[in-house]
Design a protein around this ligand. Structure first.
Ligand code: PEP
Length: 243
C-alpha cells in the first residue's frame, strides 16, 4: 500500500480559490507513487470533487456528526458528506477536540457513522506539549486510540502532536518513529493482523523541507498536511517525497 498524503484545508477556501487550488493540485498529480486526498471546507466539497473527478486526487470532509439526521443545527451527517462527493473524513482533529470539546467516545461514534455512510475515517490523536514534557505521550495516545477506535477499525490513524500543528515545530525523527512504532503495536493488539493494514500518518508542520525525512521513517504511512496543503506547489512537493 502506498503512502497517503492528505491536505486539511481547515476553514480556508472560498469557491474561486478552492477551485484554483484543486485544479493546480490535479495538474501536478500525475505519476505520483502515493495516494492523494484533499479535505476542503464542506461548502466546496461538491465543486472541488467535480473538478477532481477523473484525477488521482480524492476528496474528504473535515468532520461529521455521529447521528444520521436530526436537530443538530450547523452540523453535517456523514451521509451528507458522501452525498456531496466525499469519500473520506477527518475525525477527532485536535482543533475539534479543543474548540468543540470532542471526547474519544464522540469520536468513536463519529467513526461508526462515517463507516456506515461509506466514508473512510482518518482518526487524529496526539499529545499536548505539557503531556510530552511530562513523558506521557504514549499514555495519552494509547488512551485516545482505545477510546476513539472501534474493535473492527479499518480506516487511517493520524498522529498529530498538538504542539506541532501550525507551529513550524516537529518532534525529532526518533520521536516520530517511536510513536509510530508504538501506535502500530497498539493497533495490532487491538485489531489483530488487520492492524497492519491501517496507515499511520504523521501530521504537524510537514513541509517540503522535512517531508523526505519524515516520510522515510518506520511505520509512517503518509502525512496529514495543514498549512502547506494550501499552496499547490508545496503540497505536490510533499507528495513527491512519499513512497
Ligand atoms: C493539521 O492541522 O492537521 C496540520 C497538520 O496542520 P499543519 O500542517 O499546518 O501543522
Amino acid at each position: 500500500m502506498g503512502q497517503l498524503i492528505a491536505g486539511n484545508w481547515k476553514m480556508n477556501g472560498l469557491l474561486a480559490e478552492a477551485m484554483a487550488l484543486a485544479k493546480a493540485i490535479a495538474n501536478g498529480a500525475g505519476g505520483l507513487a502515493c495516494d492523494l486526498l484533499v479535505c476542503p471546507p464542506a461548502t466546496v466539497i461538491r465543486p472541488v470533487g467535480g473538478a477532481l473527478a477523473g484525477t488521482p486526487v480524492a476528496v474528504g470532509g473535515q468532520d461529521c456528526h455521529a447521528a444520521v439526521k436530526g436537530a443538530h443545527t450547523g452540523d453535517l451527517a456523514a451521509a451528507m458528506l458522501r452525498d456531496a462527493g466525499a469519500c473520506w473524513v477527518i475525525l477527532g482533529h485536535s482543533e475539534r477536540r479543543t474548540d468543540h470539546g470532542e471526547t474519544d467516545a464522540q469520536v468513536a461514534a463519529k467513526v461508526a457513522a462515517a463507516v456506515a455512510a461509506g466514508l473512510t475515517p482518518i482518526v487524529c490523536v496526539g499529545e499536548t506539549e505539557a503531556e510530552r514534557l511530562a513523558g506521557r505521550q504514549e499514555a495519552v495516545v494509547g488512551t485516545q486510540l482505545a477510546g476513539s477506535l472501534p474493535g473492527d477499525f479499518a480506516g487511517v490513524v493520524a498522529y498529530e502532536p498538538v504542539w506541532a500543528i501550525g507551529t513550524g515545530r516537529t518532534p525529532t525523527e526518533a520521536d516520530v518513529a517511536a510513536m509510530h512504532v508504538f501506535i502500530r503495536a497498539v493497533l495490532l493488539r487491538r485489531l489483530g493482523p488487520s492492524g497492519q493494514a491501517v496507515r499511520i500518518l504523521y501530521g504537524g508542520s510537514v513541509n517540503p523541507g522535512n517531508a523526505v525525512a519524515l516520510m522515510g521513517l518506520p511505520e509512517v504511512g503518509g502525512a496529514l498536511v495543514g498549512g502547506a496543503s494550501l499552496v499547490a506547489a508545496n503540497f505536490l512537493e510533499i507528495a513527491r517525497a512519499a513512497r
